[in-house]
Design a binder for this molecule. Sequence first.
Ligand code: GLC
Length: 555
Amino acid sequence: MEGGSREPFGLRAVGSHCSLSEMDDLDLTRALDKPRLKIERKRSFDERSMSELSRHDGLHDSSYSPRGRSVLDTPLSSARNSFEPHPMMAEAWEALRRSMVFFRGQPVGTLAAVDNTTDEVLNYDQVFVRDFVPSALAFLMNGEPDIVKHFLLKTLQLQGWEKRVDRFKLGEGVMPASFKVLHDPIRETDNIVADFGESAIGRVAPVDSGFWWIILLRAYTKSTGDLTLSETPECQKGMKLILSLCLAEGFDTFPTLLCADGCSMIDRRMGVYGYPIEIQALFFMALRSALSMLKPDGDGRECIEKIVKRLHALSFHMRQYFWLDNQQLNDIYRYKTEEYSHTAVNKFNVMPDSIPEWVFDFMPLRGGYFVGNVGPAHMDFRWFALGNCVSILSSLATPDQSMAIMDLLEHRWEELVGEMPLKICYPCLEGHEWRIVTGCDPKNTRWSYHNGGSWPVLLWQLTAACIKTGRPQIARRAVDLIEARLHRDCWPEYYDGKVGRYVGKQARKYQTWSIAGYLVAKMLLEDPSHIGMISLEEDKLMKPVIKRSASWPQL
Ligand code: GLC
């Protein structure tokens, strides 16, 4: 039942102090002590997008006309990039609209799947916060921001609920994993039930939901120019509550966020507990997004100060300890162990014997990536798609690291993309390791689902990363693969197999984020200036760390 104590929001119709893009470009310290500038949003966003785009060779050279479609192209791809949209686009829009959920007449989200081919609904008939993100971006890019605004406000209300698992009360800031609108046809009323982890398989709270909420609030603001939403006391409070869960002082010795297994897109036990890259990258992006929206008044100022400090420490930690390339791999391979005191090189006491064999073959001479996890005597060398793409989008990765991530992707196309973009992680766990790490999970068998399965939804993140790094041609290759199969296979949730050839064993059909992810990728390629919604430029103060490794020549 719907509950919670918050008042409906009276949105102030006031002008903005400062454009978001303006704030993004401010140095972190300046954000603390300079008054905001009064600049008209729309203009500065367009200008910045264009300057961003012109900096990337690939984009500049390859035919993008300023606000839209490609005009010059190679004959091979000219059909694709002509003014004629692919027929799949219309199908996708129809399917996306069919998934829309209404609450008392207003659109508030999209269902996870509208699969009429199975009776086994589980919780796919709910609006998932993370699943709604590509839907929201598609609507924003299409000039339909209302559903996004209603979603942001509805989930904010849900955040205000008291949340419990058995007798244990969850933190105030926790955002739901999903919610469901229940329609009572007799009384003609709508009510909401929400899940904060208390019903979820494994009973884990979704750490990513709050981060996606903040990232989406920024995307909405950036796309519409409507600062009145993010500036409401309710939204300001919502952001602070989410972040206070992460910025509280405790026993931590690292700036990364310690989490339980299954607290994000991979919502089952998959050995992603500790400091998983997906959460760290989203955390970083949410911190930077919040910094561009928080007002420096009252407790806002204190929160901003904490964010600034955390961003410095987090970017250093991630760039230094999570980054892996050929040189770094060689260094770890030669690590001494049992070092004590500040002079230790192998700070986490990683045993070189724990480096899996596959990494040595997988790692190209040119290229690199952020590894899956780093903790005491623990390095998870697996490659994860979402964490690496979000690292590029948020500029957690330095420009050189972003290029290296794309180099690796190109180099290992067969393994990471194969026949269906994009592997959720690489490689899979098998045999004894699968038994120990997943607890014998029959849904996560090798090369399936979260265990090396291929997820079409990841196409939008890949495309956005390609555009940000000036390599749209990589995204086009991936889109071609999707267009060859996704519609024919009825938009599955995921594919199985070493190259992603088979529709996933238990995959839903008409999975909304597969549909929306495709639309977002297409719209991004068509109008790359949309990238500003979901990308943050590098902050000048978070200078790249000087690293021993330099496996690629000057880029
Ligand atoms: C699965 C996925 C999760 C997604 C949900 C709804 O549980 O692992 O990431 O949010 O389905 O699609």
